[in-house]
Design a protein around this ligand. Structure first.
Ligand SMILES: [Zn+2]
Length: 170
């Protein structure tokens, strides 16, 4: 494997390897209901995968104890990672994170109506809402680029709550 950042950002040495996650099943033998079972069963290695962040970069390890994420070199440029978050049926936000630190975000969360036209209060409220949606989009993009898993259920729940609050209050 070849990595874009093969050297440790702390000490400059080459990585000694990737951090791996192993799922293993320990079979305890005949009777696991006894109070003090002995560790004499078999451990079945199920699968081993490299630990990665939300944009698919691998966790590299250095002799000095430092760990950092790096994308693999794959025919020049690694693929951008696109995540689509569904707020409700037909309401979505898509964020694309590239490994060079660039990215983009798009959504249909904005208020496309012009019902506010002609009413000063409604107009102010419309632009405040648009500002809140812009902010939400920027935040998700910044988090995705920082390696946060923006598709995790807890993160998506938080986003939905923030969006609902903008809908209700602005
Ligand atoms: Zn190091």
């Amino acid at each position: 494997m070849e990595f874009i950042t093969p050297n440790c950002p702390e000490c400059g040495s080459k990585a000694i390897g990737t951090a791996e996650k192993v799922v293993a099943l320990f079979e305890e033998g005949d009777d696991i209901s006894v109070e003090e079972f002995e560790y004499r069963g078999d451990t079945d290695m199920d699968c081993q995968t490299t630990i990665t962040n939300a944009i698919g970069e691998s966790l590299l390890v250095c002799d000095c104890g430092n760990e950092w994420f790096s994308a693999e070199v794959s025919d020049g440029q690694p693929e951008p990672v696109k995540t689509t978050i569904e707020f409700a049926p037909d309401l979505f936000l898509s964020v694309t994170a590239c490994h060079d630190g660039g990215g983009g975000v798009s959504s249909n969360l904005h208020d496309e109506s012009d019902e506010w036209a002609g009413d000063e209060d409604e107009e102010r409220s419309h632009y405040e809402f648009e500002g809140a949606v812009d902010m939400l989009e920027s935040l998700v993009l910044a988090h995705a680029l920082a390696g946060v898993d923006v598709s995790s259920p807890a993160y998506v729940d938080g986003l939905k709550t923030a969006y609902e609050s903008a809908c209700n209050n602005l």
